[in-house]
Ligand binder design. Structure first.
Ligand code: DQA
Length: 145
């Protein structure tokens, strides 16, 4: 199985971006961590973009390829109905889509308390740094294994 690990805007800056909130690990560290967590037979395809259209295109790809998705929509979480509709295509196709966040958005500013994605995700893991992604990967492997 190939697991798509999709990251939205500003997550390419991990490591230097607000390390007090997001930790000091980079996106490459995250990739390495997931690759070492993945069991045999699981391939990690980790990507990041600042562009909404690109992210939507990747979700369409997941539908066409039948691939499970770990999605950190970053700020799009809070307002992108277009991304939500694309995420719905994934779960309506019967594929797992786990929404993840490094931080716990509910413990932060009011505008972060709303996710327009959660209602169409299979489930949500937030607040555990890179472990949010590792737990999501573990869940996907359990469900598919
Ligand atoms: C985030 C939380 C969002 O509110 C924020 O815009 C991000 C990262 C997280 O992983 O904690 O960019 O999705």
């Amino acid at each position: 199985t190939t697991v798509l690990v999709l990251n939205g805007p500003n997550l390419g800056r991990l490591g230097s971006r607000e390390p007090d909130v997001y930790g000091s690990g980079t996106l490459e560290d995250l990739r390495a961590s997931l690759e070492s967590t993945a069991t045999e037979g699981t391939t990690i395809d980790l990507r990041q973009t600042n562009d909404e259209a690109t992210l939507i295109g990747w979700l369409h790809e997941a539908v066409d390829a039948g691939q499970p998705v770990i999605l950190n929509p970053a700020a799009f979480t809070h307002y992108s109905y277009a991304l939500r509709d694309a995420a719905a295509l994934v779960t309506k196709a019967g594929l797992l889509l786990v929404e993840v966040h490094l931080s716990n958005p509910h413990a932060r500013e009011e505008f972060r308390h709303t996710s327009v994605i959660s209602a169409v995700a299979t489930g949500v893991i937030a607040g555990f740094g890179f472990d949010s992604y590792r737990l999501a990967l573990d869940l996907i492997e359990r469900r598919l294994g």
